[in-house]
Design a binder for this molecule. Sequence first.
Ligand code: TXA
Ligand code: MG
Length: 326
Amino acid sequence: MSKIISANTDSIQRAAAILKQGGLVAMPTETVYGLAANALDGKAVARIFEAKGRPQFNPLICHFPSLEAAQDYAEFSNAAHEAAHHFWPGPLTMILPVKHSGISALVTAGLETIAIRVPAHPVAQQLLHDCGFPLAAPSANKSGSLSPTTPLHVSESLGDGVDLILADGPCEVGLESTILDLSEGAPSILRPGTITAEMLENKLNQNVPYYKKVMGKPKSPGQLLRHYAPSVPLRLNAIDVEEGEALLAFGSDKFMGLKGGGAAKDLPASMRRNLSENADLHEAAANLFAMLKALDRPEHKAIAVMNIPDQGLGIAINDRLQRAAT
Ligand code: TXA
Ligand code: MG
């Protein structure tokens, strides 16, 4: 069983120390319990997906103690400032253009946008202050099960997958935050929550429709996701590299050959990346989006990707690669 500890000054400091070392902490927020990791540490973020058993890399919400702290990581339009002023801290998440400032590409799933939330819960607030870095945190449950609103839900769902559970009773709201997309011109709500369209319309003085209505038909949450897709084709399970292809390696690429002669290791540095030379899936997950982007260049005919074992985090990595390949 994972450690449930009553949240107080000491235990919150202990949780911050665990997070600094790349660990996972479940924290109470006013909506649901979140499974937090340092958003600047890709390997730590990879552990979130592993603990949740998520077969896919969905982008994660990044938590900050204040608007001021969040401003280094996203572009705030006038509407975003207005919404922050009225609803933060609180159960509102905003999707905004990302500023490249050290956030792991695994948090944004390679997108040019980032989901930002400033929670009101005093324990989450104290933890964010003690950490001094943003916390990526999805709901603290196994993928596909209900969002946890008590510490016991978290430990029953995640077991040993979480290093510490900061307990502070049941969550007040009990429903995930409203997600407001302000990354493009017109605002829309991607996920309804306790902050309603009417409340947002009143403060923003503009129409704030639900995304599914904009699109004319309901969409499942999974379909709502916009995915980063490389413009260059991917060739999966490659055992050699063809003329004009770049290489995305995993593990040793010593024996990878170039079709027509030569070794892959002699490719120029701009045409080669290795997700993890030690075949470490955490490291590979952390590097995935940044490396795909680095190799996604028009002068490359394709990206040859070495085989990645289809187990644990490898399932999510392969899911992402397969979708990027089609
Ligand atoms: O109340 C909440 O929001 C809780 C607490 C812990 O803060 N968190 C939560 O996170 O519900 P999660 O991972 O279960 O849901 C995050 C949602 C996902 O559906 C994801 O698609 C969306 O946020 N999301 C994150 N980044 C996005 C982006 N850049 N563009 C569009 N959607 C994004
Ligand atoms: Mg969730």
